[in-house]
Design a protein around this ligand. Sequence first.
Ligand code: UD1
Ligand code: CA
Length: 454
Amino acid sequence: MKKRFAVVLAAGKGTRMKSNLYKVLHPVCGKPMVQHIVDQLEQCHIDEMVTIVGHGAEMVKEKIGERVKYALQAEQLGTGHAVMQAEEVLKNKPGITMVVCGDTPLLTKETMNALIEHHESTRAKATVLTANADNPAGYGRVLRDDQDRVKKIVEHKDASEEEKQVKEINTGTYCFDNETLFETLKRVGNDNVQGEYYLPDVVEILQKDGDIVTAYQTDDFNETMGVNDRVALSQAEKWMKKRINENWMREGVTIIDPDQTYISPDTVIGKDTTLHPGTVLAGETVIGEECHIGPHTEIKDSQIGNETTIKQSVVHLSQVGEHVSIGPFSHLRPDTKLAEGVRVGNFVELKKMTMGKGSKASHLSYLGDAEIGDGVNVGCGSITVNYDGKNKFLTTIEDGAFIGCNSNLIAPVTVGKGSYIAAGSTITDNVPVDSLAIARQRQINKEGYGKKNQ
Ligand code: UD1
Ligand code: CA
C-alpha cells in the first residue's frame, strides 16, 4: 500500500465567526471542529499527519496533542499557502496526501476512505471531493468540460454569474500525489479577488499539464458542509446531533425525544437504555444497559453501570455502579464513586467521596471528602464538615452505620462500624464500633412559659 499523509488546515482566524475563539476550535456536539477531523483521519491508516496552525496555534496544539505534527503558517495567505507549510515535513516522500479543512466537522472516515480509494483506482494526480448543494453560495464551484472532466475550481467571489449557477461545490477535501502537490503549489499565484494563494488552483494547473484530475462526488452535502459563521455552526450541530442520536437508536437505545437529547461523539451507551428529554451526555461518558437517564440530566466524563436511574441531576467525572438510583436534583461532583445499589435522593451534593454497596443518602445532604462503607444510612440534612477555611479533611463512615438526621460530622472523624449517631448531633470525636453517639444539648421544657407571656 502507498504511504498515506494528511494535511489539516487550521490556521485561519475565522473572521466570519465574529468570535474571540478561533474558528476550528468552536465545538460541534461538544468537540472542537478540528478535533472531529483529526479523530476521523486517525482511523484512515494515515502514516503522517500535519496540522497547519496559525491563529490560536497554542490552543489548537493543546486540544489535539502529540498525535499529529504541526507546521506554522505565520501569515494567512490562503489555503494553497497553508498546505505549502507542510512541505518541510512531507517533501520528497512518495505517497498520497489527503488535505482536509479544519472547518468541515461532519466529514466521516467512510467518505475519506472512499475518496482515497477513488483516487487510487483512477490513478489520478488530484481528486477533489465534491457535492451538490441546493444553496452553493460561498463555496468554490467545480467546473467541468464537455466530457464531464474536472477543469477547474472557481471561488464564489471570483465566479461569473453563469459559474455561480453551478451547484456542484468543492468540499475542501482532496487527495493528491504527494510530490506533485508540492511541486505544483509553487506555480499557484494569487491573482484573484481575495489576493490569496488558492489550493484549488492546483486542479486547473494539473489539468492543463495533461495530468489526470478527477472528482469523487458524495451524495450527502450535509456531511461536507463548511462552517464559516454561527448559522452554519448551528446547522452542523443539528446534523451531527441527528447522526449521533440515530446511531444510538439503531444500536438499541430508546431516545424519547431526539430533538431534546444531546450526546457527545465520545459517549457510549448500552442497549435498552432509555434517554428521557433534556438529557445531555458530554465528554467521554459510558452508560450501561437498561438505564433510565433524565429527564433533564447532565452527565459528563462519567461511567454509569447497568440498570441505574438518574433523574434531574448533574454528574461530573464520577463513577456510578449498577442498580443505583440518583435524583431528582442530585449533584455528583468530580471523584464520586457509588457502588452497586446506592440510593442518592433529592438535593444531595457529593464530592470526592465513595459510597459502598446499598448505602443511602436520601435527602438534603452534603457529603464531601468522605469514605462511606456498605449499608450506611445517612439521614436527612446530614453533612460532612470537611473544610476549615484552609484545608479539607476526611470523614470515614464504616459499614452499617446509621447517621441520624441533621448531623454534622466534623472532619477528620471516623464513625465506627455499626454505630448510631443521634439526630441533630455535632460529632467532633471518633465514634467507636457499635456505639451510639449523642452530641447535642439536652432539651429543657419551661412549663407555664407560654401562659406567662400572653
Ligand atoms: C474553501 C475553498 C472552497 C471550498 C470551501 C469548502 C479555497 C480557496 N476555497 O473556501 O473552494 O468550497 O473551502 O468548505 O481553498 N486556512 C488556513 N490558512 C489560510 C486560509 C485558510 O489554514 O491562509 C484554513 C482555515 O482555517 C479553514 C480552511 O483553511 O479551516 C478553509 O479556509 P476558509 O477560509 O474557510 O475557506 P473557504 O472560503 O470556506
Ligand atoms: Ca470554510
